[in-house]
Design a protein around this ligand. Structure first.
Ligand SMILES: [Zn+2]
Length: 260
């Protein structure tokens, strides 16, 4: 499931090819991915427009043009990508924006989110809703500020996009495990040193993941074992616990991450 590192990977790939490209036509093979427009409406809005540099906030990818902005939220399975002319499209391709050179595609098997059209900044803000600061560039001071006065548990808070944008289930479990913090710990019960450690871990995990364009599940990471039915902690060898935290399937080490 795409989280910040995946979306940043999409953004970087598109940033290398999309700026300056003109839209020739829009072909929609499945209107189920269009969240606030019709195939004809999208085609009319984008025709002749020139793409600018892609941006990202949290899990949102923003593809501005000299006209409207195309907003992409990948949901569980969405993937925007570019092909040079004639390349075989991916499976579950739903949308093709034909450009003066190459094509912008959107493939999405499950179509949980998709593509939005926004005609100005206010419309962009309305589509993406309340978003906390982007997790990738957040410094310690900003992190401390954002946790101040929060009542929730660590995992639920870090996954709340209105508090902090970009982290999903996989990343928050990885960060909690690497920082040795139980996902159900109340924010109010974290001491200063633990907050500092959580922040440093988040930065490290995010930066490494962005280099891979996904949460890489490197050897020694929780993600490398979390899908195994009898998973053991890569650090101490204890059997991993499983349960729900923040409404999501969660794994943690009962020894490295003792319950609060
Ligand atoms: Zn452990």
């Amino acid at each position: 499931m795409p989280e910040l590192p995946d979306v940043e990977g999409f953004r970087r790939a598109l940033a290398a090819v999309l700026p300056g490209r003109h839209v020739r036509a829009v072909h929609v093979s499945d209107a189920g991915v269009l969240r606030n427009s019709t195939p004809a409406g999208l085609g009319r809005a984008l025709a002749g427009c020139r793409f600018a540099t892609p941006r990202r906030h949290g899990k949102w990818l923003l593809l501005p043009t000299d006209g409207p902005t195309l907003l992409v939220h990948s949901g569980m399975t969405g993937r925007p990508y570019y092909t040079a002319d004639g390349t075989q499209p991916a499976r579950f391709d739903r949308l093709v924006v034909e450009l003066d050179r190459g094509e912008l595609h959107y493939a999405d098997q499950r179509k949980l989110r998709g593509v939005w059209l926004a005609h100005d900044d206010r419309a962009v803000a309305a589509v993406i809703g309340r978003q906390g600061p982007d997790a990738l560039d957040l410094d310690l001071r900003g992190f401390v500020e954002l946790l101040r006065g929060r009542r929730g548990a660590v995992k639920a808070t870090l996954m709340d996009q209105a508090v902090l944008a970009g982290l999903g289930n996989l990343l928050t479990d990885e960060i909690c495990w690497q920082a040795c913090v139980h996902p159900g710990t109340r924010i109010a019960d974290l001491d200063e040193q633990t907050v500092r450690r959580l922040h440093a871990t988040m930065r490290r995990v995010l930066r490494t993941s962005v280099r891979y364009g996904c949460v890489p599940g490197l050897r020694g990471w929780l993600t490398s074992v979390r899908d195994e039915p009898e998973a053991h902690c890569p650090r101490c060898g204890s059997a991993l616990a499983r349960g729900r935290s923040g409404g999501r399937a969660t794994r943690w080490c009962p020894r490295c991450q003792p319950p609060p």
